[in-house]
Design a protein around this ligand. Structure first.
Ligand code: G3P
Length: 218
């Protein structure tokens, strides 16, 4: 399973990368705005700064919603760095663009996926990744993890190569359950990744080991 971090914060990205378990980064316009990144030049420079930290897989989202606009923006983003994956929303023009990007050899992440039907369309268009938002489904009393299960089964049935990137992952149990179900990737904030480290018995056990060592060795 691959871990992506879902943020545009360079410190968090560096911290996750330094842990040695980070496979990529996902951003979205809200996450960029949260970091106060505005204006095309600054936005592009920020994507470049993210690419300079990680080894691959930096999802950069288009703002345009018409085919020509998505293609223009996506090509510009892809030119920034080979690590860029163009993030395209699940809309009709987006599906057309994903197909065209596929034919141009540009990797895509189809975002805002909330149904199995949308995931089928994205895969048929040739998306490299599909991003079902499990937390936002849970927010409206719909089981987000069931959607991941459905997509895993459908993609297995037909050998779709699109990778399932579980997004809107809010806590460690989401992440663990995504792993059990077989999501290819989970993207989540830093606290969810570092949350996996924690167990009180680990802390107690280490404190005892160190205390016992100190008794005899000072
Ligand atoms: O990448 C987008 C997705 O992860 C958003 O998460 O927590 O805003 O629903 P959230």
């Amino acid at each position: 399973m691959q871990f992506f971090i879902d943020t545009a914060n360079l410190n968090d990205i560096q911290e996750a990368y330094d842990l040695g378990v980070l496979d990529g980064v996902t951003t979205n316009p809200s996450l960029m705005a949260k970091e106060g990144i505005t204006g095309d030049d600054n936005i592009r420079a920020h994507y470049k700064a993210i690419c300079d930290i990680v080894d691959d897989n930096v999802s950069a989202e288009v703002i345009a919603t018409d085919f020509d606009g998505i293609m223009k923006e996506g090509r510009q983003l892809a030119k920034l760095d080979d690590k860029i994956v163009v993030k395209v929303p699940m809309i009709k023009e987006g599906v057309k663009a994903i197909k065209a990007f596929y034919e141009e050899g540009i990797r895509t992440n189809c975002t805002l996926i909330f149904s199995a039907g949308q995931a089928i369309l994205a895969a048929k268009a040739g998306a490299s990744y599909v991003s079902p938002f499990i937390g936002r489904l849970d927010d409206v009393s719909t089981d987000g993890l069931s959607l991941i299960e459905q997509i895993v089964q459908i993609y297995d049935n037909y050998g779709f190569e699109t990778e399932i990137l579980a997004a809107s992952v809010r806590h460690t149990m989401h992440l663990i359950q995504c792993a059990e179900i077989g999501a290819d990737v989970a993207t989540c904030p830093l606290n969810v990744i570092t949350g996996l480290l924690k167990h009180p018995l680990t802390d107690q056990g280490l404190a005892k080991f160190l205390a016992d060592h100190k008794k005899l060795n000072g």
